[in-house]
Design a protein around this ligand. Structure first.
Ligand SMILES: [Zn+2]
Length: 389
């Protein structure tokens, strides 16, 4: 049976219409899940990072995206990490403080059980009489991750100056740390084979680990850093599974980023594909905002691709386009770095503006704005199309 010409023309039109539909509800579900207490900041306690790896693997499986090599998505490795699995208690001038809100112990601290008077230092900090506890008032509490080599013999306490107005005079700490020299982590790697050039790769990457938590007291949800990037990659996976490209699309979800780009370094040293066949890699880390646009690290190293990225943005309707596509040079600030050092052309893209939460308990799903999430999605798929031409 033949369809009337007019209808046929319309159905062709609809089929040919480029569908850049970005599934924002799905992205939000991913971020909600990965930032929930069950994942405990995707770190070192309560198997948070392991649960996150299993969750991502399951999502990839549901989407029908295949493992890059072998029968599962995982690439295993291990590293050293300082953890605070037990007591994390601080009393200042006799008053108990709330971890995460009033204070943080720094990631490179040793544990300690002690009571001491505090002596003001010329720097404005305070030191216990025995010299083993340092206390500083800060504008913003910021946690991090540290391996054995970075751990100091001292206990370093940050006090939130907005909440702690009293002059520090005495301190009582009961903080337990354990250095785990063989923390087991895994990267995840998946592929959607290209239809014309399957042995050429467009790689997208994002780290899924974050900082974990402090005992059962507090955890760092890491919504923007970097559940947002994971959600972005899973959305790309969903899209490319329905719209395979000429080149293969490779998805890399890294562990150990916060502890020093350990997962991506491991992948570069033990690559599951020929790194020379990567046409371009884009690493997404903190992409949940965008009021003032995006920044591309390595823009000055790869000016041709950066021009394509800028032109792609300029061609978007003004209501959607990014306010700015900022340019930076090389920087060892996320998982693109060791790829760049190995000669792989790469950008690291992050969004700018919006929330100030970073490496603290406030980087939460409920306040992540997703301001330019959809625009960045369009930009990425169009950029990929141009590179594959
Ligand atoms: Zn981070």
């Amino acid at each position: 049976m033949r369809v009337p010409a007019l209808i046929a023309a319309w159905s062709l039109f609809f089929v040919a219409l480029p569908t850049f539909a970005q599934d924002l509800p799905y992205a939000k579900k991913v971020v909600d899940t990965l930032t929930s207490p069950e994942y405990w900041g995707r770190g070192y306690l309560h198997n948070g990072m392991g649960h996150a790896a299993d969750y991502i693997a399951n999502e990839l499986k549901i989407l029908g995206v295949k493992p890059l090599r072998g029968t599962n998505y995982f690439q295993n490795f291990e590293y050293s990490i300082n953890t605070f699995p037990g007591k994390v208690e601080v009393k200042l001038n006799g008053t108990p403080l709330v971890p995460g809100l009033d204070y943080l112990v720094t990631a490179d601290s040793s544990g300690r059980k002690a009571t001491s008077t505090l002596i003001p230092q010329a720097s404005g900090a305070y030191q216990s009489a025995d010299g083993y506890i340092y206390v500083t008032k800060v504008k913003k509490l910021t946690f991090d991750a540290a391996g054995r080599a970075e751990v100091k013999p001292t206990t370093m306490i940050q006090l939130n100056q907005a909440r702690i107005t009293a002059k520090p005079e005495t301190i009582e700490v009961n903080i337990e740390n354990i250095i785990n020299d063989h923390f087991k982590a895994k990267n995840l790697a998946a592929i959607i084979p290209g239809t014309e050039n399957p042995d050429k790769y467009l790689v997208v990457s994002a780290h899924y680990d974050h900082l974990g938590g402090l005992g059962d007291y507090a955890y760092f949800p890491g919504a923007n850093d970097n559940a947002s990037g994971v959600a972005f990659l899973l959305n790309l996976a969903k899209y490319y599974q329905a719209h395979p490209q000429k080149m293969s699309i490779v998805f890399l979800f890294f562990a150990g980023e916060e502890a020093g780009l350990i997962g991506s370094k491991y992948f570069v040293e033990h690559p599951l594909i020929d790194l020379k066949k990567i046409r371009f890699l884009i690493n997404f880390d903190m992409v949940g905002t965008g009021d003032t646009g995006i920044t591309a690290v390595n823009a000055t190293v790869f000016p041709t691709e950066f021009d394509i990225l800028k032109a792609t943005n300029a061609a978007l309707p003004a209501s959607e386009a990014l306010a700015q596509v900022g340019s930076r040079g090389e920087a060892a600030n996320s998982d693109h770095y060791f790829f760049t050092r190995a000669g792989v052309p790469a950008f690291f893209i992050y969004t700018m503006g919006g929330i100030a939460a970073y490496h603290d308990i406030f980087d939460q799903s409920s306040t992540l704005p997703y301001t330019k999430f959809e625009t960045l999605f369009k930009l990425t798929t169009k950029f990929h199309e141009k590179l594959a031409q």
